[in-house]
Write a protein that binds this ligand. Structure first.
Ligand code: FAD
Ligand code: NAG
Ligand code: NAG
Length: 500
């Protein structure tokens, strides 16, 4: 680093996302008279508001973008440096920013988040959604679009296909079912009708069933058309009651160029073979491909043999941690998916450098009921815990892994249903050593319990089931439930009475 160190801070946090801001709040309130700096590239910070602890591990909150001045007002001894970190030298404990300034640190926490994996680089017809700017770009492009292709099967794709109106959506997923990151085939079947028309059906009677293998899903593509007006819902826009989970599209109208409401078709078990421009398509279609009706700016060739024309492609296929500026000249251990490896104190492999949120990979020996997922909840929990670990470190105090890492839990909303995920909700890592109990009332609720050796290890709760606290307790106390059998999900039994 060429320049002189401008100032050395006790604590430096990089990144104004949820992890970074929560870490700053923790450290600034614990050490109000120490020098703390937040270095962040964006003009806004993400703040957690309306935080509510729902039960022992479940939490709900909203995420708001705010100017970083709100943090400075709250913590007068905090310095906010508005620039991107360009490089890091862990040996001399200093960082250089894009505008050429150099800052020293005693303890550093990297919270630089992740960015979407893009199918191709620099293709104007392929969009990724990661922040407010890219969401606005998406909205702008969508307003002129008649057909888009969405690639990916995680949370972003799920929300997107549900929210878009006035534009045909073709959704390509590599799995047998939609929402594979969050659900199994059964839950996907429950949610699929939401992409269809009216929900004004009569709820079917409660059904209980027990099964140990997932039912395969049809390979064929489904087409659904929907008319949201008949459900009394405004397209896009603010939906009342959506304060439950933070949603990126809130207040944004996701409307295409056509006068249709929701129109989604799903292509299962396929990935993108290649993306073609209209010229490339014309050339190749003479040889092998059947021409698509009409002419489109871009074509997506899928591994199932179909080639689909569209106005643009949304790439929602997962994220890559933002580690590049920090790596050169240092010895960080990286995980498979390129996150900075952290131990149970959120320390990286470099001395005095911590990491939290999407940028890191949790490499301690996990609790059997927890897994890392790059979500708001975990960004907040990790930022908070990193702050506590950094504080404990400078005070030479011992600290134990926080309780929130005992049990995976997440509350969110998909297709306007409340969704609670607990523990090994998809039987992750359990192999065949598990059993599933399912209760489903069409259009109302879907409850799935994962049992292993008679103990509850995970659950998916869709709808207003009111079971989250009871199930959380059953999972945490690992009580043997063999004696209850299928009664566990009997809708006529008030399960809470059993276990109180
Ligand atoms: C479109 C979208 C929708 C999502 N929806 C949900 C949802 O509904 N529920 C949910 O739980 N999760 C959701 N997620 C995931 C969630 O947003 C992330 O898990 C979470 O924001 C991670 O927080 P973070 O603080 O680690 O990183 P980020 O929020 O990504 O923040 C990273 C910060 O670091 C800054 N930065 C990056 N590089 C540098 C650098 N070199 N120098 C300085 N600053 C830098 C950035 O400007 C930013 O301020 C969604 C993600 C996306 C993209
Ligand atoms: C800021 O730090 C100074 C000492 O460096 C201290 O006297 C002052 O009380 C701190 N401000 C607040 C609001 O804690
Ligand atoms: C990285 O590790 C290697 C071998 O362990 C060592 O030789 C080298 O000096 C280290 N580099 C830095 C920047 O610490």
């Amino acid at each position: 680093m060429g320049s002189e160190i401008e100032k050395t801070f006790k604590f430096v946090i990089v990144g104004g996302g949820i992890a970074g801001v929560t870490c700053v709040e923790q450290l600034s309130s614990k050490f109000p008279s120490e020098d703390v700096a937040l270095i962040t590239a964006g003009p806004h910070i993400k703040a957690v508001t309306n935080y509510k602890q729902v039960s022992r591990t479940l939490e709900e909150f909203d995420v708001e973008e705010k100017p970083f001045s709100v943090l400075q007002e709250k913590f007068p001894n905090l310095t906010v440096i508005h620039s991107a970190v360009k490089s890091l030298d862990t040996r001399s404990h200093c960082l250089e920013t894009a505008d050429g300034r150099v800052f020293g640190y005693k303890k550093l926490c990297i919270c630089s988040g992740a960015r979407p994996k893009l199918l191709t680089q620099e293709n104007p017809y392929v969009l990724g959604i990661r922040d407010t700017d890219s969401a606005q770009e998406f909205q702008k492009q969508l307003s002129k679009a008649k057909r888009i292709v969405v690639i990916g099967n995680g949370g972003i794709a799920l929300e997107l296909v549900y929210e878009v109106r006035g534009c045909e959506v073709i959704w390509a997923v590599k799995d047998k079912a939609i929402g594979n990151t969050f659900f199994d085939a059964g839950a996907a079947q429950f949610l699929i009708p939401s992409l269809e028309a009216d929900k004004a059906e009569v709820a079917a009677p409660c059904k209980r069933q027990r099964y140990t293998t997932e039912k395969p899903n049809p390979n064929a593509a489904h087409t659904f058309t929907a008319d949201e007006y008949s459900r009394g819902q405004k397209p896009g826009g603010v939906q009342p009651g959506s304060a439950l989970g933070p949603d990126w599209h809130r207040g944004m109208e996701l409307k295409g160029a056509e006068q249709v409401s929701r129109r989604v078709s799903v292509e299962y078990q396929c990935e993108v073979e290649q993306i073609l421009t209209s010229e490339e398509f014309l050339v190749s279609s003479k040889q092998t491909l059947k021409p698509d009706t009409g002419s489109w700016p871009v074509y997506v060739q899928l591994t199932n043999g179909k080639t689909l024309g569209c106005d643009f492609v949304v790439s929602a296929t997962g994220v890559v941690p933002n580690t590049e500026p920090f790596l050169h000249g240092n010895n960080f251990s990286l995980a498979d998916e390129c996150g900075l490896q952290v131990n149970d104190h959120l320390m990286t492999s470099e001395p005095d450098v911590y990491a939290a949120g999407d940028v890191c990979t949790a490499c301690w020996e996990h609790s059997p009921l927890w897994q890392q997922m790059r979500l708001w909840t975990q960004a907040r929990q990790m930022g908070w815990y990193a702050g506590r670990c950094m504080a404990a470190d400078v005070l030479s105090e011992p600290i134990e892994l926080d309780f929130c890492f005992e049990l995976f839990s997440h509350v969110t909303k998909f297709f306007n249903y409340k969704v609670v995920l607990l523990g090994k909700f998809n039987a992750q890592g359990l192999g065949s050593d598990h059993e599933l109990l399912v209760r489903c009332t069409k259009g109302q609720e879907y409850i799935k319990v994962v049992l292993s050796r008679g103990r509850m290890v995970g659950a998916v709760l869709i709808g207003e089931t009111d079971l989250e606290e009871t199930f959380e307790n059953l999972i945490l106390n690992q009580m043997d439930l063999t004696a209850y059998g299928e009664e566990l999900l009997n809708p006529n039994i008030d399960i809470e009475d059993y276990f109180d």
